[in-house]
Design a protein around this ligand. Sequence first.
Ligand SMILES: [Zn+2]
Length: 393
Amino acid sequence: MENKLKQLLDEALRNFNILVSSINDGTRNVPIPSGFKPVEVTFEEIERAKRIIFDESKSDFKEDMVKHFRQLENLIPFCSSPKAFKTAWDMRTSILSSHDMEIITNEGGQFIPHNTNISNVFNYGQRGNVLGTNRRLVFAIRHSEGHYDDVLDDLGRFTYQPQNDTKIMLRYRLAQHLSKELELPYLLLAVMWFRYSVNEKVNYVFMISPVKVIDFENDLLDLDSSLHAPLTLQLITRAEAKSICNRLLSLNQTDSHVETRYELPRQLAREWAYDKINATEKGRQIKRWAQATGMSCPGIKCKKGPLAKPKILFSELSFKEIAFGHIISQNWAKAYSYLLDKVNHPDNLYLTCRICNSSLGDHFPDDVLRSEIVNNGTIGDWLRQHGIDIRNS
Ligand SMILES: [Zn+2]
């Protein structure tokens, strides 16, 4: 079996190579605190930047990518909450008192005493980027007070300007390109450090937060004009970071036939839970979408004959004849109550006809039905892929 991640990355790099070929040498005006600074991008620098990304002779790109996400995963337990990170950011100081730290830790902040043995991420006094394995990918960005644009908005979003370095610029565009091609945001760490005397030897503490790359579509339209553009990033929770790491690393498995999904955002999961969609307008939006897109019942009880018409289309049924089936039944979840908070999650639900739904009763779907549900998608899968269309149905 082919490695899915390898396939995706090979394809992504091929496409990136095409985008990169449009980059011309010439001056770029890079924003700095006092305005703009012209930066000369030469042909040689573009070539050097390309070699770092595309040269497979030193290391395999996929392996570097996997290491990147494994290293991130290892540091997730030490990450602060987005709220605490923002509080610390907005203090706009490089010196913390124990009182400041108390406020920040109460909001889910975690301070890491300076220790060069953990990672080169924890290096104070330097701004800019921390590069990952083989210097191919950006692993972390360091924030310190007085950056050219240090506004962190209420949703935890901010922009980060590349240094005056073509290689960094191209790595930023690569991070955006990978987010698009893998349909999974590229993750990195945001790092802040503060003066705080832990003891005579340790005088600095660090805060880290996972950040994801967002708002990249426009930059990818034309790399020649966007080469020096900043990255737009958003602070995310440890849970979201963990879910993105899981998804990326699961693509690197060659022994599993079951595709791993990223966790449905909790708000979306609550909004479209069983009790919110059963016999409601929201539920009818899903049914209308399924009818309009030619989806059919995954069950077999309603089949009209083995060959003539193998599957019943939802468009042949009225809303009342269409139901939301549970993969793990409600009664099973009541009997074994550890599942109670999950049983109405959109990923436990699928669209079915009434006849097939009733016939299943409290039983689990058999192999055939299960693979049909996986093919069709759960309600959660539909929300991941077609959420906007469903809302507009
Ligand atoms: Zn059916």
